[in-house]
Design a protein around this ligand. Structure first.
Ligand code: M6R
Length: 369
């Protein structure tokens, strides 16, 4: 049942191009317009939405963080993203014009379920992004967009994450379509690129051998840091989470702009630091800033592992290890930049002799608090 792979996690990483394609299936029309029939929230209601609040836990929360950038950029509707475990115990300000998006692979995460109940009690509409048909979270939501990633067995989420991202992009674009905001060349181009994502993910998967080699060489490291900016920041958090749960190592993700506010004190000679570099073609200021961050940490002895777009030559002189990813629009880059981090964590954990499908102390679905 592992389809020839040693672990479910390896199988699920490899299945990502298909999973992403399945999430997109039937949702982008030939005219480039989206049809999300399952979103049974009337267009009239969606047009009136004045705030989006995303609730989720763990990896699904990282997908939500990325969705915030997309939703605000494409729809101009303010979007908050919050850990479900925090949201449910405070007194959030919601009303009928709030759209709450609950993201969950299993559809059974207790904190996310409680957060959505809390939201509905206050009159907010809840849209679930979920991978498990008929699970509790979609059943209790006003509408659901299924990710169609297929069953995810490994505790560490991989294909569920990429498909959650795709679903979030679809929701963001759909909201933009319904509301008529920002619909133009940029959006059409994004939709075209999104349709190409399965091929790009496949392309990344084909270039992972050097990443595996690097991961094995770092099995003795005591700590790994991850830096990113913009949507690369949640990707950094996700890379660190994967390493914690699989390799039981100290790993932390930071927004690169925070370096001087504390984390740079952690940099010491030989410390591996993974940096997710935004496209130089998009908002180039982001790119310039991260190049200086790489220089700063390298000057202090960090061993820099740089994930950068093909053709981005500016980072090359400062990269001890350079991992190339395909050219993608800024907001969609997480679909390709996350993959090397999944492979990295899986391989490093395996090199340490860990059982990657069932990491210690963790359950696939957290149905208790
Ligand atoms: O089933 P859910 O998406 O609601 O689960 C949320 C988290 O428990 C989950 O993403 C967890 O963080 C994973 N083990 C991460 O790999």
């Amino acid at each position: 049942e592992k389809g020839g792979y040693d672990y479910f996690m390896l199988k699920e990483i490899a299945e990502q191009p298909k999973a992403v394609a399945d999430t997109l299936l039937g949702r982008i029309g030939t005219d480039g317009r989206l049809t999300l029939d399952e979103v049974r929230i009337e267009d009239r209601v969606l047009r009136a939405v004045d705030k989006v609040v995303i609730v989720a836990c763990g990896t699904a929360f990282h997908a939500g963080m990325i969705a915030k950038y997309a939703i605000e950029h494409w729809t101009r509707v303010p979007c908050e993203v919050e850990l479900a475990s925090e949201f449910r115990y405070r007194d959030p300000i919601l009303d009928q014009q709030t759209l709450v998006i609950a993201i969950s692979q299993s559809g059974e995460t207790m904190d996310t379920l409680m957060a959505l109940r809390h939201a509905r009690e206050q009159g907010a509409k809840v849209l679930a992004i979920c991978n498990t048909n008929g699970s509790t979270i979609p059943r209790e939501s006003d509408a659901v967009l299924y990710t169609h990633a297929g069953p995810e067995v490994a505790v560490a989420s991989t294909k569920a994450f990429l498909t959650q991202l795709v679903a979030c992009y679809l929701v963001a674009l759909y909201l933009g379509q319904v509301r008529g905001t920002k619909w133009g060349d940029e959006i059409n181009e994004v939709i075209r690129q999104l349709a190409d994502a399965p091929r790009q993910v496949q392309q990344v998967l084909g270039t992972m051998e050097p990443v595996r080699e690097l991961a094995r060489s770092l099995a003795g490291a005591s700590s790994v840091l991850f830096l990113g900016r913009h949507v690369g920041y949640p990707v950094a958090l996700e890379g660190a989470l994967k390493l914690k749960e699989l390799a039981y190592m100290h790993a932390e993700g930071f927004a690169a702009g925070e370096l001087k506010h504390g984390p740079i004190a952690l940099i010491e000679p030989g410390l591996p630091v993974v940096v997710v570099v935004p496209s130089p073609r998009g908002r180039s200021v982001l790119h310039d800033k991260i190049v200086s961050n790489i220089q700063e940490i390298r000057a202090r002895g960090a061993r820099t592992i740089v994930i950068a777009e093909e053709g981005d030559e500016a980072v090359a002189p400062y990269a001890d290890h350079l991992i190339r990813i395909p050219v993608a629009p800024t907001l969609l880059q997480p679909l390709v930049s996350t993959v090397p981090l999944q492979v990295f964590a899986c391989e490093l954990a395996t090199a340490k002799g860990h059982e990657v499908d069932q990491p210690r102390n963790l359950a696939k679905s957290v149905t208790v608090e």
